[in-house]
Write a protein that binds this ligand. Structure first.
Ligand SMILES: O=C(O)CCC(=O)C(=O)O
Length: 209
């Protein structure tokens, strides 16, 4: 892993990383039963978590078919299935806190953790919804905790209409819920600005991908 990373002077935490209260989550209702919850700065002391993720996650490059060619996926990936130990204890704590907070609405735990490493502004993810599993036909939630350089998460309704943009900074939480994965799309665009690495950790219930 060679990406340059500048520790944040604003994120010094003498007692190690910790989670703030989820009471500050703000819900943004979207159209057609979709919504997004947003909580900037949920993780305090997130420099230490980012260091561990950059160093210890077995990041993999992937290729995918595009028309009749194979192209590099512009980010590195790692998938933590339900019972696989997460690479930092704060992530285990975060998953438990999210499960407890959303239990009345979601009715099941967050279990898997998908991880993406955006090495710099060339890395991105194109417009898509997470519709490979049950989310293709059922309301669900995908909770994302972001570490490292801020990148915007863009959302737009499928079929057209006004979109919106959530700046995702170091330690921020965003949760896409309701019908969001099948009625809206999301993306992390490339940027020409000089940005350092960003790691996205996405918690999902079983069978959602
Ligand atoms: O980088 C992010 O936070 C979004 C990741 C994402 O959309 C995905 O992996 O499906």
């Amino acid at each position: 892993m060679t990406a340059a990373y500048q520790p944040s002077m604003l994120d010094l935490a003498a007692d190690g990383p910790s989670l703030g209260p989820l009471a500050g989550l703000r819900r943004h209702p979207l159209s057609r039963g979709a919504w997004v919850d947003h909580l900037p700065g949920w993780v305090r002391g997130s420099d230490a978590v980012l260091d561990t993720l950059l160093a210890d996650v077995p990041w993999r490059a992937e290729r995918r078919a595009m028309y009749d060619a194979q192209v590099d996926v512009p980010r590195l990936l790692c998938w933590y299935a339900a019972r696989r130990e997460l690479p930092h204890p704060l992530l285990t704590e975060a998953r438990a806190a999210l499960t407890a907070h959303y239990a009345p609405e979601l009715g099941e735990p967050f279990v898997t953790a998908g991880m993406c490493l955006y090495r710099d502004g060339h890395d991105s993810v194109a417009w898509h919804g997470d519709t490979l599993g049950r989310s293709a036909h059922t309301d669900t939630m995908v909770a994302i905790v972001s570490f490292g350089s801020p990148r915007p998460l863009l959302l737009r309704p499928r079929g057209g209409g006004a979109g919106l943009r959530f700046p995702l900074g170091h330690g921020d939480l965003v949760v896409m819920g309701g019908s969001c994965q099948r009625t809206w799309e999301h993306a992390i665009p490339k940027t020409a600005r000089p940005v350092g690495p960003r790691v996205s950790v996405q918690f999902r219930p079983a069978g959602v991908a």
